[in-house]
Design a protein around this ligand. Structure first.
Ligand code: PRP
Length: 182
């Protein structure tokens, strides 16, 4: 079955996303031009964004990854954050950029930002490609936002439903029939 047939409507095309990622990459390159930031991608949703963003950053960077659980296999936030994979190096004295595909309730980033701030970094900033302001349960203020999106269930470009649809090159609204059936 074709993945695209499960999509109700396209929110952002591949071209629109690539253009936005390019702009964020240029902005980060400018803002950190005398620094060597460490970009921490939060698995798994941010991997496609991470790969494309890195290609648009023109300064030296380091990279690392963390994995946390928030939604599990459901589509509602539980507010419970568990570290599944921690950083592989120290961030003491470093400029940290946390990279997320989506900011929704804020539970994940609120927890992660304070956790990383306790480890003595020089700075911690947040980049999210998609921001759902209506979903917010705790305050989080990202430093770089790609797109503000409506409170709909979106998939593609790293965003999943039950681990599927991450490999769509665009972002779209999932047809509710798909999760009603489940
Ligand atoms: C998504 C996203 C964030 C989190 C945001 O991850 O990547 O980590 O949800 O939601 P919040 O603001 O409500 O906390 P998810 O748990 O779906 O895991 P995944 O990236 O592996 O798909």
């Amino acid at each position: 079955m074709c993945m695209k047939s499960d999509i109700l409507k396209v929110l952002y095309t591949e071209e629109e996303i690539q253009q936005k990622v390019k702009e964020i990459g240029q902005q980060i390159s400018e803002d950190y031009k005398d620094k060597n930031p460490i970009i921490v991608a939060i698995l798994k949703g941010s991997i496609i964004f991470m790969a494309d963003l890195l290609k648009n950053i023109t300064i030296h960077t380091e990279t690392d990854f963390m994995a946390v659980s928030s939604y599990g296999e459901s589509f509602q936030s539980t507010g419970i954050i568990k570290i599944l994979k921690d950083l592989s190096c120290s961030i003491k004295g470093k400029d940290v950029i946390i990279l997320e595909d989506i900011l929704d309730s804020g539970n994940t980033l609120s927890y992660l930002k304070s956790l990383l701030e306790q480890r003595g970094p020089s700075s911690v900033k947040i980049v999210t490609l998609f921001n759902k302001p209506e979903g917010r349960q705790v305050p989080v203020y990202p430093d770089y936002i790609g797109f503000n999106i409506p409170n709909e269930f979106v998939v593609g470009y790293g965003l999943d439903y039950n681990e599927k649809y991450r490999n769509l090159s665009f972002v779209g609204v999932l047809n509710p029939e798909v999760y009603k059936k489940a």
